[in-house]
Design a protein around this ligand. Sequence first.
Ligand SMILES: [Zn+2]
Length: 117
Amino acid sequence: MSFCRGCGHQIHETAESCPQCGAANASLATRKAASADQEGTLWLPIPSLVCGLIVVLALFDPEDWETDQVIGGIGLAVTAIVLGGISLAKQKRGLGIAIAGLILGILGLLGALGSQL
Ligand SMILES: [Zn+2]
């Protein structure tokens, strides 16, 4: 049980508002806000990080890249940037992973383009 902020009447935790005075249930609002941080999927930031990581690791390959490797690398880098960007825009979950994926994607893209100069 929790207590109404407005009138002190005892109300059920899951009640949206106080049946006595109609004030919003403060404890429910707090809990909803807390769970919003956990909402979202890790299927955006983790693939972003993986794609970014593959491209950046491939940059350390001392051999010159074949054209199809460069195209594949750019594709992976762009995927990392797009997925990381969507994740950052849409959700708080996996924030650090999304930022890492985005940065690795940008580095990978610059590296893949730079290898062609
Ligand atoms: Zn009340």
